[in-house]
Design a protein around this ligand. Structure first.
Ligand SMILES: [Zn+2]
Length: 403
């Protein structure tokens, strides 16, 4: 908890927590986290994408690895636990092994990724994609708000963008484990400190444009209007109903009206849809239902509409064998095991192409995150630390048997 506070002090905006990718504050966080990794008995490096990596060798030098990680970057005006906690829990687990003079049949690598949030360059999971070997070289040309390209920012950080491919993990990876705050209210509502994640939800983002006819707010009778906003309002409610009925989550987060004047009937309305579900089939079915509802509402009201999907990501399912091991480690703490899906994206999504992934969620107060009010209970963090250690021990037992 003290380390979370120390990292929170490394911020671009005094009085709040903001630590974006490849900034001096990111470098300072890497140095500080690197020093803790070293204290815990790990050898420390920073990879070609700026992720800090601590390595605690296994019993044999050629042993495969288990990676424990999450991200060290934050949103603007963030809390102090999102991402951070997963990295620090990994260091703690290694520190305990080191103190006991023990090595496991696998190496443990603790990774603190950068640009998970996508705040600086608008592309999320950059550090984890680089480790997974799926970094897209086109990203090097993306510019931040100040006009600096990712390649230039990397050079400023002391990295060589030409070597980005070297960030790809070499050697066998048995598992990627990511402890993370839940960022939602489910565990709190159940009175549980931790939960095992089933999957990271897939997502579709779509932009809708509804065209009606702008007109005088005083002269056009109600029965003769083609009000784009009234239609959009009906569509928003249809989305809410479809989401409730199909068990997905659907959000209209943006809504714009044209011409946006007090005395003009809205001639056009533009809104976004964010749809997420654990099962891709459920998400796609809900999406089709939304399209049908939008078409019906538009037709009944005599309006035209257009929809454009601008983001689509499939769900990532946590490995069943790792989920069971996490469940056993939770049960061994005398706690009920609750499995839940992650509605938010995480580094595990990118790492899933490299290794089987699993996540442990930690209750956060009020389900609040991406907010300075983000909070966790120290006793919950202690439980998460016990579960992570127990989980590594269980994996060691299985691996010993398998190797
Ligand atoms: Zn996070």
């Amino acid at each position: 908890m003290e380390r979370c506070d120390a990292l929170a002090a490394l911020t671009e905006t005094p009085g709040m927590v903001t630590r974006t990718y490849l900034t001096p504050q990111h470098a300072a966080a890497n140095r500080l986290v690197g020093s803790w990794m070293q204290e815990a008995g790990m050898s420390v490096s920073v990879d070609a994408a700026g992720s800090v990596i601590g390595r605690y060798a296994g019993r044999r030098p050629d042993a495969p690895s288990v990676i424990v990680g999450s991200h060290l970057d934050s949103v603007r005006n963030a809390g102090r636990y999102d991402g951070i906690l997963g990295v620090l829990l990994g260091i703690q687990a290694v520190s305990d092994l080191h103190a006991a003079g023990r090595r496991l049949p696998f190496a443990i690598e603790v990774v603190g990724f950068g640009e998970e949030e996508g705040v600086r360059f608008g592309t999320s999971l950059i550090g984890s994609h680089a480790l997974a070997g799926s970094f897209d070289p086109a990203w090097l040309d993306i510019r931040d708000e100040a006009g600096l390209s990712l390649a230039e920012a990397m050079r400023g950080f002391g990295l060589d963008p030409r070597t980005i491919g070297q960030a790809a993990h070499q050697g066998g990876v048995l598992a990627y484990l990511e402890p993370h705050i839940e960022q939602g209210p489910v565990l709190e509502s159940l009175g549980l400190p931790v939960g095992v994640v089933t999957a990271i939800c897939g997502a579709t983002r779509k932009r809708f444009r509804v065209e009606g006819v702008a007109g005088h707010a005083g002269t056009v009778p109600m029965g003769q209007r083609r009000d784009a906003l009234a239609a959009a309002a009906e569509m928003v409610l249809a989305i809410e109903r479809i989401a409730l009925e199909t068990g997905v989550v659907g959000t209209v987060g943006r809504l714009g009206v044209q011409p946006d004047a007090v005395n003009v009937i809205p001639g056009a309305a533009v809104f976004t849809l964010d749809l997420r579900a654990e099962q891709d089939a459920a998400r796609l079915a809900a999406l089709a239902a939304v399209d049908r509802a939008v078409a019906q509402i538009a037709e009944r009201r005599g309006l035209s509409w257009h929809g454009e999907t601008f983001h689509q990501s499939p769900s990532v399912h946590c490995a069943p064998h790792l989920r069971s091991v996490i469940a056993e480690a939770i049960a061994a703490c005398g706690l009920p095991v609750h499995a839940l899906a992650s509605g938010a994206g995480h580094d595990a999504m990118a790492i899933a192409s490299l290794a089987p992934v699993a996540m442990l969620f930690i209750r956060c107060t009020g389900g609040i995150s991406h907010n300075p009010a983000e909070a966790v209970l120290p006793e919950d963090v202690a439980v998460a630390a016990r579960v992570l250690s127990g989980l590594l021990e269980r994996l060691a037992a299985i691996t010993d048997f398998a190797v």
